[in-house]
Ligand binder design. Structure first.
Ligand code: HEC
Length: 654
């Protein structure tokens, strides 16, 4: 294989003796590495600058006013709704709730029989409009007799309709600052190294003068907003002395701002800052301003304390931060900080318990949406130039709906649906609102809000057939089989390619007499080009059923389309296999079964969560995650696995 194909794009560069010695090297290195995986070595110690996204979320949460521990998230974005069915004395074996919120599943949401004889269920639902029915004993579908609001169900009967709205509960006392929505938006975007997809990259996170200017500006905005409510925010009682008030404030606010208790030296320094001011309130605000630009706030540490055996153990506070930033992208809540305080987080079991709790909270949905958007590389679809002549309706509303669809669908598969890996590539249900339904030509969808429903057949390729993905990997006037193929290889299979040679030239001109496929096939037909493009164009051609803005099509320029794609070496270069798939949905089925795609998903999550590309020794940790995904077929196990892995609590390094 080395003789014939490597390096990709220039196979002549290593033949004969070169190829033979390289083969020996690979065999010895990799088999020792595989053996070494019986023990997973500790990860490197690290300092991590909060990303722009994390910084903004943290500032917001720090001043939003947190509810006391145990009383739930501060600003719930979903809202509980209780459903009650009164069987009027009839005895029933089961009652289920089915509706637009759970894909009309007759068995997913069982209701419970109460002592009074009624059946009930309380669930958190997204705000908006929902339709539903009760399913009696698995077969009899009835509308809610207590709810007069109903709409036609399309089968001659009626569905009940529920309008869900939310009230944001403000915790006792301090109601939270209202801060401008664009606070901190002036921070520069992250610049991770080539090929690293996530804004969490730890080593490239440094405070530049541009950062500092924006951090100071943010601190000033917060301090100004605090002015009328400083005392209430600090939680000082009217009878307290100035010293007592400062003391109490540092004790309460310090561990939230720094996500750990202040050291005695820090405490003394901030006390001096506060007491050096002309009055109590301006002193408290000085402390807030100073803390917001301090490394204790801006960085999170994964340094640990010396364990005595040459390794370092993360402190419970560091674990709390790692968990909350991994799963929420923001600071720990009061419960997590309490778990750090009482030592529960020091053990793998304690960390796992909290990880699962965080994953069950709404904040995890926002974070997983960020992960999926970056994994698939589609954020830029919002402002990618697309020829208006092609589709004037492809406007800002449609584009942001496409991104919202991706976030919701990903969360649905991972958290609410089957949790299975293959459904990321084969789901036949998805979320849409009225805008998106019109764009996808799904009939009969009207009214506000998002709903889960069946997808048209051509959209059943999971992430492959998301409008955001299809429109992102295209040019302003034409779809690109090459960009789509490279996306499959790099983002979904983690197979890397060297960059194209300088003589590769531009994209072939649009030609009304040829299909995209024909133009591209001719373009990359020669042997040098094929060395790479045999892997790239093959999967790319399976997307021919979609145009430059991701709309489904069956002809191009009046000519019939060929949507057959091929996938060489799906499980790794040199495997010698060739799979075929007619269309993106069939390609999705292939990827959904693929071992390499599973390994890649584990690797992508590992990179996002750890903020680094896995080192040679960390491959073992990634392998263990992949195995866990294979054994459980539950995506949540990969998400949680990254913080229960033996290399998480223990660290190595100088
Ligand atoms: C070393 C591997 C390699 C070789 C050899 C190679 N390419 Fe590519 N080519 C790539 C990769 C990777 C990309 C995608 C670059 C990116 O991510 O934007 C690409 C992109 C392209 C694109 C842009 C597609 C688009 O829609 O933007 C064209 C056109 C192209 N190659 C043509 C050629 C031609 C013609 C040759 C032979 C003269 C060739 N390439 C040789 C790897 C290769």
């Amino acid at each position: 294989v080395i003789d014939e194909r490597m390096p990709v794009g220039n196979p002549d560069a290593c033949r004969g003796a070169c190829a033979a010695s390289l083969a020996v090297f690979i065999k010895t290195e990799f088999s020792t590495a595989a053996r070494a995986c019986s023990a997973i070595p500790p990860a490197p110690r690290a300092l991590r600058l909060l990303s722009r996204r994390e910084f903004r979320a943290t500032v917001r949460d720090l001043f939003a006013g947190e509810a006391p521990p145990g009383s739930g998230p501060t600003a719930p974005r979903t809202c509980a709704r209780r459903f009650v069915y009164d069987p009027q004395g009839r005895s029933l074996a089961s009652v289920h709730l089915a509706g637009s919120f759970n894909g009309w599943s007759p068995s997913a949401w069982p209701m419970a029989r109460e002592a009074s004889g009624v059946w009930s269920l309380e669930r958190a639902l997204e705000p908006g409009e929902h339709t539903y029915k009760f399913v009696l004993e698995g077969r009899e579908w009835v509308r809610d007799p207590r709810n007069p609001d109903a709409v036609p169900d399309g089968f001659g009967g009626q569905n009940s309709r529920a309008l869900v709205t939310c009230t944001v509960t403000s915790p006792g006392g301090f109601a939270g600052l209202s801060l401008p929505a664009d606070l901190g938006a002036g921070l520069p975007a992250e610049t991770p190294p080539q090929g690293f997809l996530y804004d969490t990259h730890a080593a490239s996170g440094l405070v530049t003068s541009v950062h500092l200017t924006e951090q100071l500006r943010t601190a000033d905005v917060v301090v100004r907003a605090l002015e009328p409510v400083t005392r209430a925010f600090a939680g000082c009682t009217p009878m307290e002395t100035r010293e007592g008030c400062v003391e109490g404030f540092l004790r309460r606010f310090g561990p939230r701002a720094f996500r750990r208790p202040l050291s005695p030296m820090e405490g003394a320094r901030y006390r001096a800052v506060a007491l050096g001011a002309p009055d109590l309130e301006s002193g408290l605000r000085r402390v807030v301003r100073a803390m917001l630009v301090s490394p204790g706030f801006l960085y999170r540490t994964e340094l640990g304390v010396a364990a005595g055996d040459g390794t370092w153990r993360l402190t419970p506070w560091e674990v709390a931060s790692a968990l909350s930033y991994t799963f929420w992208g923001t600071m720990p809540d009061a419960r997590l900080l309490a778990a750090a305080e009482d030592g529960t987080l020091g053990t793998p079991a304690g960390a796992e318990r909290e990880a699962r709790r965080l994953l069950g909270d709404d904040r995890a949905r926002a974070r997983l949406g960020d992960f999926a958007t970056q994994w698939l590389g589609v954020g830029s679809v919002v402002d990618a130039p697309r020829s208006a002549a092609l589709a004037p309706e492809f406007d800002a509303t449609v584009r942001s709906a496409l991104l919202e669809e991706l976030r919701r669908d990903f969360n649905h598969v991972v958290l609410d649906g089957s949790h299975r890996f293959r459904d990321l590539f084969t789901a036949d249900q998805g979320y849409y609102d009225e805008t998106l339904a019109r764009w996808y030509r799904i009939p009969g969808v009207a009214g506000s809000g998002w709903r889960l429903g069946p997808l048209p057949p051509e959209r059943r390729g999971g992430v492959l057939t998301l409008g955001a993905v299809l429109a992102r990997y295209a040019h302003s006037d034409q779809g690109s089989p090459i960009l789509r193929g490279v996306f499959v290889r790099r983002n979904l299979l983690c197979q890397e390619f060297p960059p194209p040679p300088p003589n590769a030239g531009g994209v072939p001109e649009v030609d009304p007499r040829a299909t995209t496929r024909e133009r591209f096939r001719q373009h990359t037909a020669n042997a040098t080009c094929r060395a790479c493009h045999r892997y790239i164009d093959g999967p790319g051609f399976a997307f021919e059923g979609f145009d430059a803005v991701g709309r489904a099509r069956t002809t191009e320029n009046g000519m019939a389309l060929d949507t057959r794609g091929t996938l060489e070496d799906l499980e790794g270069f040199g495997a010698g296999t060739e799979d075929t798939a007619d269309g993106a949905t069939a390609l999705g089925a292939l990827l959904g079964r693929s071992e390499a795609a599973r390994g890649c998903f584990a690797r992508q999550w590992f990179r996002f969560a750890r903020g680094q590309r896995e080192t040679a020794t960390q491959r073992c940790a990634v392998l263990a995650l992949t195995r866990r995904l294979r054994d459980t077929d539950d995506l949540r196990e990969v998400l949680v696995g990254v913080v229960t892995s033996p290399d998480f609590l223990a660290r190595r390094g100088p």
